[in-house]
Design a protein around this ligand. Structure first.
Ligand SMILES: [Zn+2]
Length: 298
């Protein structure tokens, strides 16, 4: 499943193909993905210019000249393929994996700059929606959504404010999309490891009795941005070598320090610990019991 850095990588890959261009033709090949497409989807897109392509958590947001926003979510297996009309300009670089149309190519956007952007999704957990820009914050996708982890908003103080008094394990609190939006299992494991925090420590242990952030809270805020930025950078370098704007690209060049390394020696210099796995809320957590000691609730 694409995580936030992969979605950001996709956004950066789509930006040059879409922003400043108009939808000249939109081909919608089925009535639904995970949810039905919005009413008159094609009509509402054709003729509109894409003014900007943004991201909120794991959603892509294309601002249209009509005042609507095309909201796109990749689900589990969604990806975009960008092709250029003038394929001779970059021989061999832009080609479809399977030659012609794939059975999972559900939507194609033809753009006024000659680019075509096709949305392919084998499992169809992705979706698209059209929402007025003026109501975006309160629409069903974003109304309950927490703060953006890759922005400047995230700080030790914010973490203390969000987590104070909570007995939920840190891992669960960090995955709670209503608190911080877009953090997934992999990057939460990595961030806790780099901060030296036990995944089962109570979330409230990052705030003092007076509600101030602990040193670890400050460090965690930094580390979250760090792991996400590193992954975006890795995704970007992969993207340059691929025409497919693939949600999975960001993973390729990435080696994780604890994620999926159960039984392997801890990578921390001079730590003799072994990476362990535990299951929290049905999902695997990887951590080093030597580096990430349990802390007590305050
Ligand atoms: Zn260790």
């Amino acid at each position: 499943m694409p995580e936030l850095p992969e979605v950001e990588t996709v956004r950066r890959g789509l930006e040059p193909a879409m922003v400043g261009a108009r939808f000249t033709k939109v081909v919608q090949r089925r009535p639904d993905l995970r949810f039905p497409f919005p009413e008159r989807f094609v009509e509402r897109l054709e003729g509109q210019e894409v003014r900007a392509l943004g991201r909120r958590a794991k959603y892509l947001l294309a601002d249209l000249s009509s005042g609507e926003v095309l909201v796109m979510h990749l689900g589990m297996s969604g990806r975009f393929l960008v092709t250029q009309e003038d394929a001779s300009r970059m021989p061999g670089e832009f080609h479809h994996e399977h030659g012609g149309l794939d059975a999972h190519d559900h939507v194609t956007f033809h753009l006024s700059n000659g680019a075509s952007v096709t949305y392919n999704d084998a499992r169809r957990f992705g979706f698209m929606d059209l929402v007025p820009r003026s109501g975006i914050e309160t629409c069903r996708h974003f109304a309950q959504m927490g703060i953006e982890p890759l922005g400047n908003e995230l700080s030790g103080q914010i973490i203390a404010d969000l987590f104070a008094g909570r007995r939920t394990p840190l891992k669960a609190a960090l995955l709670d999309q209503r608190l911080i939006a877009g953090l997934g299992n992999i990057y939460v494991c990595e961030a806790l490891f780099r901060t030296g925090l036990h995944p089962e420590a109570p979330a409230g242990s990052l705030a003092t009795g007076a509600g101030k952030p602990t040193d670890k809270a400050h460090r965690l805020a930094e580390v979250i941005r760090e792991v996400l930025s590193e992954a975006v950078t890795a995704g970007g370098s992969t993207l340059r070598d691929h025409a497919q704007v693939d949600g999975s690209l960001g993973y390729f060049q990435h080696s994780f320090r604890v994620y999926d390394r159960a039984g392997e020696p801890c990578v921390t210099p001079e730590c003799s610990g072994t990476v362990a796995r535990l299951v929290q809320s049905g999902r695997s957590t990887f951590y080093c019991p030597a580096c990430q000691k349990p802390t007590r609730a305050r």
